[in-house]
Design a protein around this ligand. Structure first.
Ligand code: NAP
Length: 294
């Protein structure tokens, strides 16, 4: 059997960083990115094709993305190049090699008007450029077909990178009062949970005893921590564990205008993931407690 070669794009990101550790046991990991020795710039289609052809992976993990939700409103071309065109090219190159492409997408593909968890078959309607570009990436991969897993996740945080947890911890040190939006509902998801679940699923797929076959399992799966909360309650849970506790004031989205509109409710149902791969995801507050204790 050919040894598994795992090309990890976006190894410096929140999810990519955790993936690098979690998938080590599954094969040889080849980290790639703008600052890695395996260099790739996702805005440059030639660099994407060259990377895949030079490294000949069995699995491509694409944890790279343009993730600046507000900035995307004025950098649509860049967001589309990274989030839409590059995933399509990766899918083409993966298919050429017979490799599996694992890609991540977002809860922001939905309009947020529903008030119960979104399943994978609910029609999408992104509210901003970031969500639209991520949706276009999903569609580009699906149009190519082959072996792919698209994991839609949400509200990602961890102990490194740019995220809500680290912002709240910094602001708690700097300010006496924080005004936090309390009318957007979602599921905060620790980057490590995403990486561990990805690794568990890959271990199942590549097990000689697997009953799961590719490309039959190809598709979109929702992958978030369980439960739901608002940014305000998420902030309360973060700060409850901190040394300094500023006063938290709940506000509405209208009180905090941003360039990009965000869905009011974007909780994802992970039932398909659980039924297909038998994985149970921790609740967002359990995962947060583990992350903070880490
Ligand atoms: N963050 C969230 O709240 C959230 C929510 C839902 C879904 N997601 C999805 O989850 C996945 C992982 O997100 P994340 O939060 O881990 O991302 P992140 O921390 O923002 O990291 C993004 C990664 O993409 C790389 N990247 C950006 N532009 C690139 C380019 N032109 N060429 C090569 N690499 C480039 C960055 O590399 P550099 O170090 O070179 O900048 C970095 O490694 C993404 O698909 C994202 O859309 C995230």
């Amino acid at each position: 059997m050919t040894p598994t070669r795992i090309l990890l794009i976006g190894a410096t990101g929140q999810v990519g960083w955790e993936l690098q550790r979690c998938v080590q046991a599954l094969g040889t990991v080849i980290p790639a990115g703008r600052q890695q020795s395996h260099r790739v710039d996702l805005t440059d289609p030639d660099s994407v094709r060259t990377l895949v052809q030079a490294t000949q992976p069995t699995i491509i993990l694409n944890a790279a993305a343009y993730t600046a939700v507000d900035k995307a409103e004025t950098e649509a071309e860049l967001a589309y190049a990274v989030n839409a065109q590059a995933p399509g090219i990766l899918a083409e190159e993966a298919q050429r090699l017979g490799a599996l492409l694992v890609h991540y997408s977002t809860d922001y593909v939905f309009n947020g008007q529903q008030c119960h968890p979104y399943t994978e078959d609910v029609p999408t309607q992104p509210l901003g450029v970031y969500g639209s570009s991520k949706l276009a990436g999903e569609q580009a991969i699906q149009a190519v077909g082959g072996q792919y897993l698209i994991f839609r996740t949400a509200w990602v945080y961890g102990r490194r990178g740019h995220n809500f947890l680290l912002t709240m911890q910094r602001l708690a040190r700097e300010r006496d009062e924080l005004r936090i939006v309390n009318d957007q509902v979602g599921a905060p998801t620790w980057s490590r949970v995403i990486a561990e679940v990805t690794a568990m699923i890959l271990a199942q797929l590549y097990s000689p005893f697997s009953r799961l076959e590719m490309p039959e399992m190809s598709g979109i799966y929702h992958l978030t921590c369980a439960g739901e909360t608002t940014w305000y309650h998420f902030a309360s849970a973060i700060l409850a564990q901190g040394e300094r506790q500023p006063r938290l004031v709940p506000i509405t989205t209208k009180d905090y205008p941003t360039p990009a509109q965000r869905p009011a409710y974007s909780v994802l149902s992970c039932a398909k993931l659980q039924e297909t791969f038998g994985v149970n995801l921790p609740s967002w507050d359990q995962a947060l407690a583990l992350c903070l204790a880490n």
